[in-house]
Write a protein that binds this ligand. Sequence first.
Ligand code: ADP
Ligand code: MG
Length: 245
Amino acid sequence: MIRLADIEKSFDGQKVLKRVSLAVREGSVTALIGPSGSGKSTLLRCVNLLEIPEAGELVIGEAAVRFTGRALDREAVRRIRRQTGMMFQNFQLFPHRTALGNVMESLVVVLKWPEDKARARALELLEKVGLAHKVDAWPAQLSGGQQQRVAIARALASSPSVLLCDEPTSALDPELSLEVVEVLAQLAREGTTMLIATHDLRLAARVAQDAMLLDAGEVVESGPAAQLFACPRHERTARFIATLG
Ligand code: ADP
Ligand code: MG
């Protein structure tokens, strides 16, 4: 359902993704692991076209784009972006919007939903992430775990086909990260398709069926998460997993 094929991306002439291919099955979760600077964030950003690769192909559901270095079809870009929701390590909530306002924003501004319909959808999502009692709170009044749960609700607002998570627990202490892991695990059980870049083996082992190790922009190993974590085939994978403890 999501397929990346032979993705190449450079910054300043430096190749940071080298023929990266990846498939995420509908209703499944893939964990993307790898050292800092290996290209995880860049790869996620290529999936929602925040970065445009120089070569390769991206397919999400019915929408497909081939990267050739030439300008992309704007309609295809719009269709791809509409099917993705993204959350970040540092939450990136709008500071001058309440929890409710954060979740409603894209529905009202981008999708032009009427306010009452957007509000109903946002309330439903905030309840789902356990924040029905915090809908009127400002981001600064929320803990990190609560802010990240608002970010999850916001990313899901437009019912994307895939939720992209960039280190969703890295900025949180273990206790707060647990509440975010619980929400992501619940979403996984409900069949939300997710691609999660993470250093958090507890998160990855809990929610991912598949895993992929990137190192220096290359896929070192990919396969069933349980196998990749417990008995990796490659020395580089084993060494990296040992560093995660
Ligand atoms: P990771 O998320 O695995 O830590 P990144 O995707 O952030 O890795 O970075 C991969 C490489 O690309 C790094 O060498 C990083 O410095 C470089 N990079 C990422 N974004 C940019 C950018 N906007 N401009 C220049 N270099 C970048
Ligand atoms: Mg990153």
